[in-house]
Design a protein around this ligand. Sequence first.
Ligand SMILES: [Zn+2]
Length: 324
Amino acid sequence: MTASLAWLKQQLATIFLFTAIGAEALMSWLTDYVRPRIRGLLHREVPDNLWTNCSNCNQMILTKELTRSMNVCPHCGHHMKAAVAERFAWTFDEGSWTRIELPKVAADPLGFRDQKRYNDRLKDARSKSHLDEALAVAHGKIGGQPAVVAIMAYEFMAGTMGTALGEAFIAAARLARLQRAPLVIFTASGGARMQEGMLSLMQMPRTTVAVEMLKEEGLPYIVVLTNPTTGGVSASFAMLGDVQIAEPKALIGFAGPRVIEDTVREKLPEGFQRSEYLLEHGMLDMVVPRRDLKETLARVISLLTGAPKNGAASPDVVAKPEAV
Ligand SMILES: [Zn+2]
């Protein structure tokens, strides 16, 4: 009797165990497999990043298509902003470039605070942009020719110029001198960084001296102005290039059009402060669409350094210019 009772108990325990396992398996099958499929049938989720709206003509563009067209709207030709990594990839020969580490400076020299602490603003900008500052520098090859390229990041506090940016620019110029290579800079800036007050304005003469150093060495300094390039940056290193190139319809100027209109009390002409207007008035050498920029840079570098592009003899090669 005792033995059969024990046997019964064992059977019950086994049934209970299997039922528990079965129930658990059934539950996980329902939650992991059936529920997501039902959910998928009810509302097919469209990823947010599949389409992008053009900020100029407001037409929808397939994000993949926009990536292929280098962030240029296929409908109206509007040149949208580009991230630093994209610019490097578009400019250098594939696999030829290396980013350099930039000098560290005191993060918040004035202990500045408005609605937010400057330090917190910097932290936010760093985590959002995955950049240390508003300027990134790399060296590599453009059309087979060595070059140092600096790219301003508008996504980092509107590409404003503070001490770190000034130091980064000087580091880029020094690297160009060390490598006997031209320096190419893509500008995009809202101007001086007000959180650094006077120290920010001091970067205007400092970067100007760095450009002068390149000119003394006879090394080409090429500027590519992108939308927008304003304020202290447009009043210093952005307008000192041996060759001044701009992307189409980029806003380039010191003060904004409204400030000027209020000051001169006159209506400004159509297209004022845009690349094409500046080209017409002798402030630029050329306006080049983004898809042709790399080829143009390779040609300009070849012309200025006398180096054959891609190792081939170029008929339009000129003698290396003497130091200015
Ligand atoms: Zn458009």
